[in-house]
Design a binder for this molecule. Structure first.
Ligand code: SF4
Length: 480
């Protein structure tokens, strides 16, 4: 079936039937005619009592919906998946265990306002608090929608300055809020300043504007982005009903401008928590040349408790995608670590068992097979090539890879060493010799001034206690 047959043009709600096309297709008209009150929304859908109460409640996350997006709702369906994403209900007022204002601890990982530096080589750069419409489950509802929290020129300067003096950053993700609601000149100014920093290799944009207001993705925007390649863009579609011919045309303009497109969606109860809905979604996305990138577990953010599903529902969906459809149509299902720590992929287990020389695996059908491993595999055969490969330092964040590569023996929770000094006895004849716990050959590749708490590393061990993995052996000789 052709794309045009699968993807229909967006309907226009009767209230806007007389709006001339040139106005309807003008993104500034869409922005200035957004709906946010009971009276305005009642012209498009029949609001429930719960929705009306929430719309009139004070202190709830901001409401604003573009006429284009509001028109996609079925006015008579109280469970319409688009409606649930943008119209508040009483359920937002219900607290739940573990909910937080900043559940990903983003502000805690900000060296300057709006810049979240959590991973070794990339940063999140928040450039606005404004969006075209507001998602009820927004993970950044603590600042998004609040004009008084808007970033200033001074904030932008501080963000760019930090990036210019932090050469480990090679990838900058512009987000917010939504970068594509910024004034075009300001957006270009920020991207051009990033592009002027030699070590920034790619610029990414996270935007829901193509979904809420595809009119914004005009040729001028695409031409501007093309001047600063490589620029990548992730859109945010949660349900197949959001995929219209208007969105398809916007994606087509972006891809023709050389912007690779991905999609990030959030797993939402009552919206897309179904294998069949997710399959339809990813199939439509790949027809638009949009690669499904992430499927997020809903964050533990205030107001979003009723959108959460179990993690097992996410696993069931991944079970229903992997093998059942094209590999590039399968997103990575992730839980963004509550408290900070970044995205953790969650996947069904395909390794059934293992023994030396054999791995037993199962496929999506339940077919169980054996992979025979080579008995003479030499992982050092590539070393001469590896020595010429660019190495990027990951100070304090080398993690489990360090264990696998023999740089350390263990990663201890904070206070581990102190906890195990029992009975207050700091030292006696059996625990005085630190060499007892130094594993031979571990840590040989570690730079002397490398990964230590003193220089921001991730080891939290007591310096008086055994430090696994700190020994250095060269040619069989213990150096330290
Ligand atoms: S578009 Fe993104 S930043 Fe804006 S409200 Fe939705 S989830 Fe939040």
């Amino acid at each position: 079936m052709r794309l045009e047959e699968k993807v229909k043009p967006a309907r226009r709600a009767p209230v806007w039937a007389d709006v001339p096309d040139d106005k309807w297709n003008d993104w500034r008209w869409q922005l200035s005619h957004r709906l946010n009150s009971v009276d305005e929304l009642n012209q498009v859908i029949h609001l429930t009592e719960s929705e009306q109460r929430a719309l009139q409640a004070s202190g709830l996350f901001r409401v604003d919906i573009t006429p284009y997006f509001a028109s996609l709702m079925d006015p008579d369906d109280l469970r319409d998946p688009i409606r649930r994403q943008v119209i508040p209900t009483d359920a937002e007022l219900v607290p739940f265990t573990s909910m937080m204002e900043d559940s990903l601890a983003e502000d805690k990982h900000s060296p300057v306002p709006g810049l979240v530096h959590r991973y070794p080589d990339r940063v999140l750069m928040l450039v606005t608090t404004q969006c075209a419409s507001y998602c009820r489950y927004c993970t950044r509802s603590r600042i998004v929608g609040d004009p008084s929290a808007q970033f200033s020129r001074t904030d932008y300067d501080a963000q760019i300055d930090y990036l210019a003096r932090t050469p480990q950053v090679r990838d900058v993700l512009l987000s917010g809020g939504d970068p594509l609601v910024l004034a075009p000149k300001l957006l270009e100014n920020l991207i051009s300043r990033l592009r002027a920093i030699p070590h920034i290799e790619i610029v990414r944009i996270g935007s829901r504007v193509p979904v809420f207001m595809p009119q914004r993705v005009d040729q001028d925007l695409c031409d501007m982005l093309a001047r600063y390649h490589p620029v990548w863009l992730n859109i945010h579609v949660n349900h197949p009903n959001e995929i219209t011919q208007e969105l398809a045309a916007a994606c087509d303009r972006l891809t023709r401008a050389g912007v690779p497109l991905g999609n990030q969606s959030v797993l939402l109860a009552g919206v897309n928590d179904s294998v069949h809905i997710q399959r339809e979604l990813v199939h439509k996305l790949v027809m638009l040349r949009v690669r499904p990138y992430y499927l997020y577990q809903c964050d533990l953010v205030e107001g979003a408790g009723h959108f959460r599903t179990t993690v097992s529902k996410g696993l069931e969906i991944m079970e229903g995608l992997r093998g059942h459809t094209s590999g590039f149509a399968v997103p990575t299902y992730v839980i963004d670590a509550p408290g900070g720590g970044g995205k953790i992929p969650v996947t069904p287990n395909y390794v059934v068992s293992a023994a030396p020389g054999k791995v037993v695996l199962r496929n999506f059908e339940g077919f169980i097979t054996t992979y025979s491993e080579p008995l003479d595999y030499d992982p050092t055969a590539v070393k001469h090539l590896e020595d010429h490969a660019a190495r990027r330092p990951e100070p304090g964040q080398s993690g489990v890879l360090d264990l696998l590569q023999g740089e350390r023996l263990a990663i201890e929770p904070e206070g581990f060493a102190e906890t195990h000094v029992r009975g207050g006895a700091r030292q006696h004849r059996l625990n005085a010799d630190q060499h007892k716990w130094q594993p031979l050959g571990i840590g040989a590749g570690r730079a002397p001034a490398g990964d230590s708490p003193a220089n921001g590393g991730d080891s939290a061990a007591n310096p008086d206690q055994p430090q696994p993995g700190t020994i250095t052996v060269i040619n069989g000789e213990v150096i330290s």
